[in-house]
Design a protein around this ligand. Structure first.
Ligand SMILES: *[C@@H]1O[C@H](CO)[C@@H](O)[C@H](O)[C@H]1NC(C)=O
Ligand SMILES: *[C@@H]1O[C@H](CO)[C@@H](O)[C@H](O)[C@H]1NC(C)=O
Ligand SMILES: *[C@@H]1O[C@H](CO)[C@@H](O)[C@H](O)[C@H]1NC(C)=O
Ligand SMILES: *[C@@H]1O[C@H](CO)[C@@H](O)[C@H](O)[C@H]1NC(C)=O
Ligand SMILES: *[C@@H]1O[C@H](CO)[C@@H](O)[C@H](O)[C@H]1NC(C)=O
Ligand SMILES: *[C@@H]1O[C@H](CO)[C@@H](O)[C@H](O)[C@H]1NC(C)=O
Ligand SMILES: *[C@@H]1O[C@H](CO)[C@@H](O)[C@H](O)[C@H]1NC(C)=O
Ligand SMILES: *[C@@H]1O[C@H](CO)[C@@H](O)[C@H](O)[C@H]1NC(C)=O
Ligand SMILES: *[C@@H]1O[C@H](CO)[C@@H](O)[C@H](O)[C@H]1NC(C)=O
Length: 417
């Protein structure tokens, strides 16, 4: 009798202790505000010690958390050194995860210190998310200058073709990125790949004008992407848009130095590539090589169509308006008969100065001419001799209204649009 009573009592106590401890576990999550601070997971933040492992642990905890809206916090005032790292959202409990970056994140300085023999595609990656907010006043610096010296552009003998992308969002949807600064990526700064419903806003992206292949943002196989209210200064395109991308809005961008905003290049090595429904609005170019550009290789297939560029200001871009279907940066291309088809391209309200006399270049394919290219309210002046700009046209068809300067004679004059 007595022993069974004692046993029962013991069982009861155990039960209470168990309930208590499980409640305590839940409480600690709630007590720290659903916040998973990398410092609490052992990150040092001295810019010297590798914090990757601690980031991983903090990430696993945030991802496994039962909190409805967990925040992964990279606190301010410290510099975190990270090796290549991919955050995977596939098995996370929440579909509303915030990555709050208040501090500074840096990559290893020299390429040989990068821990990525097998996968050097990107430095920081995000895969398989549905519902991710990446935000904060922090900085993400790829320390790319040693990589740039390995560029094939500058250094054909001992060059490295594949340099890592700084920040990659792949196979994800409902992602927004807000407020961050991205600097000195080894290659392109940000890439959106195979993703949809992406919004990037209030970003600052900067790398020196001479840094090779350091695009600001590249969009590939992605739809319903908007990029706005951002400043982008790099050594390549501020924004570039590649295959299988559509419903892209770009607005309120300060671009330059850099190569401008580009669709393409499309159709390399006879490939079929498609971009459509792109709207670029309210962009100012500062000393860029191109302004708004569509570039395709000879011999490609597919199309670039339904693209609108409006409310654009050029401050001394080399060529503010370009369609180049003879794109060939290495000077070893043959002219071919197939081409990426270009149609329904609208240019409206484009002002400013051009660094070269030819401010408008429409070089379309011989076999597949550019169709329905329209221009209205264009006023581009040559910075050296006011109003002496000219245009170049090849195989381009469409309409222009009377207020197009320089005159683009291949487009038919038609005042009612
Ligand atoms: C998502 O998380 C953010 C930040 O924690 C919060 O402000 C927002 O209300 C959440 N949204 C939803 C739909 O739960
Ligand atoms: C792009 O802009 C159009 C018109 O303003 C809007 O209807 C559409 O939802 C926008 N798309 C994205 C992805 O922001
Ligand atoms: C993407 O945008 C297009 C055009 O605005 C719209 O029809 C479509 O529903 C959008 N897709 C998603 C997944 O919201
Ligand atoms: C971008 O800036 C414009 C003009 O300042 C503002 O009206 C708009 O709300 C901003 N957009 C976003 C998404 O913050
Ligand atoms: C155009 O973009 C600039 C930033 O480049 C912004 O200050 C301005 O408010 C935008 N104008 C409109 C009408 O959105
Ligand atoms: C480009 O996208 C199209 C359409 O989805 C696809 O058929 C084609 O294979 C893609 N091209 C390349 C080079 O990936
Ligand atoms: C271009 O100039 C016209 C006429 O001066 C002006 O109405 C328009 O707002 C200007 N557009 C831009 C984008 O600066
Ligand atoms: C290809 O054709 C263009 C336009 O006719 C011409 O300017 C260019 O020289 C040609 N390139 C070659 C390699 O034949
Ligand atoms: C020409 O392109 C515009 C879009 O820029 C489109 O609205 C219009 O329907 C096109 N016209 C023809 C005849 O295809």
């Amino acid at each position: 009798m007595a022993t069974s009573k004692i046993l029962l009592l013991l069982l009861l106590i155990q039960c209470i202790v168990f309930i208590g401890s499980s409640r305590q576990l839940k409480n600690t999550n709630i007590n720290i505000d659903n916040t998973f601070n990398v410092i609490n997971f052992g990150a040092i933040g001295d810019g010297q010690k590798d914090d990757s492992k601690m980031f991983k642990h903090a990430w696993d905890a945030a991802c496994d958390s039962s909190a409805p809206s967990p925040t992964f916090l990279v606190p301010r005032g410290k510099t975190y050194l990270l090796q290549p790292l991919t955050f995977n959202g596939k098995h996370c409990n929440s579909n509303n995860i915030t990555l709050q970056v208040d501090g500074r994140i840096i990559a290893p300085t020299k390429p040989s210190a990068w821990d990525c023999e097998t996968n050097c595609n990107h430095w920081i990656g995000f895969e398989n998310f549905d519902g991710l907010h990446i935000q904060g006043p922090g900085t993400i610096n790829g320390q790319g200058d040693k990589w740039w010296k390995l560029s094939c552009k500058d250094n054909e003998k001992s060059c490295q073709h594949r340099k890592p992308t700084g920040f990659m969002i792949g196979h994800s949807k409902n992602v927004d990125i807000k407020g961050l600064t991205f600097e000195d990526s080894p290659q392109m700064h940000i890439a959106f790949e195979s993703s949809t419903l992406i919004h990037a806003t209030e970003l600052t992206i900067r790398a020196p004008g001479h840094s090779p292949n350091t695009e600001g943002i590249h969009i590939q196989r992605s739809t319903n992407v908007s990029i706005d209210n951002s400043t982008i200064q790099t050594g390549d395109d501020c924004i570039s848009i590649g295959n299988e991308s559509k419903y892209i809005n770009i607005s309120n961008i300060e671009c330059g130095p850099g190569h401008g905003i580009s669709i393409g290049s499309l159709g390399i090595m006879g490939k079929t590539e498609e971009v459509e429904f792109v709207h670029v609005r309210n962009v100012t170019f500062h000393g860029t090589t191109n302004g708004v550009r569509i570039k395709t290789w000879q011999g490609g297939h597919g199309h670039a169509r339904n693209i609108k560029f409006e409310d654009i200001t050029s401050h001394s871009s080399t060529r503010p308006i370009v369609i180049d279907q003879y794109y060939c940066p290495h000077k070893q291309c043959k002219n071919q008969t197939s081409a990426v088809e270009i149609s329904n391209i609208a240019y409206a309200n484009i002002n400013g100065t051009s660094h070269k006399e030819i401010a408008v270049q429409l070089s379309c394919s011989e076999s597949v001419p550019g169709k329905n290219i329209t221009m209205k309210d264009i006023n581009l002046i040559y910075e050296k001799h006011k109003d002496k700009t000219s245009s170049y046209c090849l195989n381009a068809r469409g309409l222009r209204n009377g207020r197009v300067h320089p005159s683009v004679s291949c487009l038919q004059e038609e005042d009612n649009f």
